[in-house]
Design a protein around this ligand. Structure first.
Ligand code: PGA
Length: 251
């Protein structure tokens, strides 16, 4: 039985005051939720203050990216050990904005994901197709290729700490959510792929989140799908009431 997992990706939003207010509001609203795993991924510079504001609410903290090297002359980068030092449990790997705005490739994402696992941080691997790829009926091919390349060298045991987030790029921040049917189709395909790469147990146990304009109004419908185990939430995750409502719907 996969426990639902909902994570908020704050992207490059908030400031010191609003990030703390958001975290405190969520901590207050969600402290009694035990049936859903909840995490927030604030910008690096607010990780510590957000962790403090979350207190013992049970809401975990994640980073939006990480670098694979341990330490040294890598100006501007942040290591896994640094993330652990500020209480990060999770890290996003290969978010579509890192792939398509910053230019990260599957090989780099794979290296980061493996570094996170080696350091004891749980990666959330993001995969998803562009609009033109969906229109060219290449969704399965693109998502399969990304998943295989990004999980190369990851063992079945390590998969216990990996979450996959299916985020169709055309649905991110656009208000266009994939229909429940579209999401289920790709999630089921990813689960089948995990059975092929690993085995039935890994396929059965791996949580697959949906991301892309998830909001209070479509949470129940998306989560009713047998292979949708959670959500990766951008815009709606920046509002205490919306994010709380989504988690309460699932709880
Ligand atoms: P969105 O972003 O919910 O604002 O579409 C989702 C994501 O990028 O993780």
């Amino acid at each position: 039985m996969r426990k639902p997992f909902i994570a908020g990706n704050w992207k490059m939003n908030t400031d010191s005051q609003s990030s703390t207010a958001l975290a405190s509001g969520l901590a207050e609203n969600l402290k009694s939720v035990t049936t859903v795993d909840v995490a927030v991924c604030p910008p690096f510079v607010y990780l510590q203050s957000v962790a403090k504001a979350l207190g013992d609410s049970g809401i975990a903290i994640g980073a939006q990216d990480v670098y694979f090297e341990g330490n040294g002359a890598f100006t501007g980068e942040i290591s896994c050990e640094m993330l652990k030092d500020v209480c990060c449990t999770y890290v996003l790997c290969g978010h579509s904005e890192r792939r398509h705005v910053i230019g990260e490739c599957d090989e780099l994402i794979n290296t980061k994901l493996k570094a996170a696992l080696a350091a004891g941080i749980k990666p959330i691997l993001c995969v998803g197709e562009l609009l033109e790829e969906r229109e060219a009926e290449k969704t399965d091919e693109v998502v399969t290729d990304q998943t295989k390349k990004c999980l190369a060298g990851v063992s079945a045991e390590e998969m216990a700490n990996v979450t996959i987030a299916y985020e169709p790029v055309w649905a991110i921040g656009t208000g266009k959510t994939a229909t429940a049917g579209q999401a289920q189709e790709v999630h089921a395909m990813i689960r089948k792929l995990l059975a092929e790469i690993y085995d039935a147990t890994v396929a059965e146990n791996t949580r697959i989140q949906y991301g892309g304009s998830a909001k209070p109004g479509n949470t129940a419908e998306l989560m009713a799908n047998p292979d949708v185990d959670g959500l990766l939430v951008g815009g709606a995750g920046l509002k205490v009431d919306d994010f709380s409502a989504m988690i309460n719907t699932v709880a």
